[in-house]
Design a protein around this ligand. Sequence first.
Ligand code: AMP
Length: 187
Amino acid sequence: MSNPLIEPTPLDRALSLIADVPDYPKPGILFKDITPLLADGPGFGVVIDEFARAIRGLNRGVDAIVGIESRGFILGGAIAKALEIGFVTVRKPGKLPREVYRKEYALEYGFDALELHKDLLSPSDNVIIVDDVLATGGTALACHDLVGVTGASVVAHLFMLEIEFLQGRKIIHNTHPDVSIISLLKA
Ligand code: AMP
């Protein structure tokens, strides 16, 4: 429970704008809707500043942000701009026009696949993968695998929100113990 005597920080206030939507898109799923936060200028700004601060705090050279379609694009694009580094899109199947690597994976609610243009990353690149929500970790792991095929290295996974009981952090950590996993909010 929050302490009424402690003033919420601007980051707390921003993250409190994430809306819970019960039974969406399927019964039993509590959907975390970040659109009210994105629509709030100061809130969006503070979240991007916090992501950029966390990345700088890793003290690792980072060449690009990899964003997962579609909310990872909104966050990742803004983070890449803040850090003045490149942004690489990882998309749902059939959206990218040139040669792709493809990885299929299981979702909290269904199955999907991710694709990455083959020529955007090279073995010398260090990247950070960004998405809005960490649930089971399947999406993040699939994206990690795609990046791995190019020979590039994943330094960290960044999320706005982590749904702790689904244990995505543990799944990523078990497969990639040296990778940092950063979330701004645990729910
Ligand atoms: P997962 O692969 O299970 O970790 O799911 C993560 C991906 O699915 C992210 O791209 C999220 O945007 C989306 N997602 C999964 N569960 C939720 C949820 N409860 N609320 C919002 N987005 C979710």
